[in-house]
Design a binder for this molecule. Structure first.
Ligand code: ARG
Length: 264
């Protein structure tokens, strides 16, 4: 009797253990993380509101975060032989999350800039973009200069370079959003005149929202902005590995494949 109970207990424990493991697996992105055994896991933060770099999409009935950054990240993970766990964090909280060690790194179309460089290190750049505006369909032709937006409300994502850029124009009221999706929603609802966001992302939003279009006034951009991965300060070994992986991904042609998949 006693022995029987003991065996039963072991079986129950084993089932509970297996159950736990598979529950963890479904939280991770993609199959690799579910099949792996004993690999190190990098926890990576992203603000999944930035298509085609990172956004939520239902894939085979499951909510997934997909995009160029995510595919690039998975390629890096292959190179480094590690697993990835993705955390969706408001863009404005990503640098602090890296700095405090809540996440191991952030990939989120992030531009290295002086105030961020004081807090985190950046990988080599893997993309370049410039600022654009989203407006209601039909008005792009009228926005030939930023002056046209004086006295109007323009939406930006809190803590982004778009936010810096729009705030540098006098006379424009800036409304800041934690998530770009909400900014685009308010554009569709007529609560803001325009949304400032990088060109590649503007294009993705236009493709999904028939009522809006993109415009780039001549005086909007001073220069292109690089995108890079943010890492904790001083982690030279990880930084070198990531830069090595980025180089291999470019040299092997994989990078071009991803560009074609997501941008063409
Ligand atoms: N490149 C801009 C920046 O670094 C915007 C990035 C926003 N990324 C995002 N996933 N929402 O500030």
């Amino acid at each position: 009797m006693k022995k029987g109970m003991f065996t039963l207990l072991i079986i129950v424990l084993m089932i509970a253990f297996v159950g736990c493991n598979s529950a963890q697996g479904t939280e991770g992105q993609g199959e690799e993380s579910q099949q792996s055994q004993g690999k190190d896991t990098l926890v990576v933060g992203t603000s999944a509101d930035f298509p085609p770099f990172e956004s939520h999409e239902v894939v085979e009935g499951k909510d997934m975060i997909v995009g160029f950054d995510i595919d690039l990240l998975n390629e890096i993970a292959k190179e480094l032989d590690v697993d990835i766990k993705i955390e969706d964090i408001d863009f404005n909280g990503l640098v602090a999350a890296v700095q405090t060690g809540k996440i191991d790194m952030a990939i989120s179309g992030m531009t290295p800039k002086p105030d961020r460089l004081e807090k985190v290190d950046f990988s080599d750049s893997y993309f370049k973009a410039s600022q654009a505006l989203l407006v209601k369909k039909g008005i792009a032709k009228d926005i030939d200069s930023m002056d046209r937006l004086k006295g109007k409300i323009v939406a930006s994502q809190l803590g982004t370079t778009s936010d810096d850029v729009i705030s540098s124009f006098e006379g424009i009221e800036v409304k800041k959003y934690n998530r770009t999706n909400d900014a685009v929603l308010d554009l569709n609802n007529g609560r803001v005149e325009a949304v400032i966001i990088e060109d590649t992302i503007a294009k993705a939003y236009v493709d999904k929202n028939p009522g809006i279009e993109a415009v780039i006034p001549e005086d909007l951009n001073e220069e292109e902005e690089p995108f890079a991965i943010a890492l904790p300060k001083g982690e030279k070994e990880l930084l070198d590995k990531i830069n090595g992986a980025l180089k291999n991904i470019k040299d092997s042609g994989k990078y071009d494949e991803l560009v074609e998949k997501w941008f063409e």
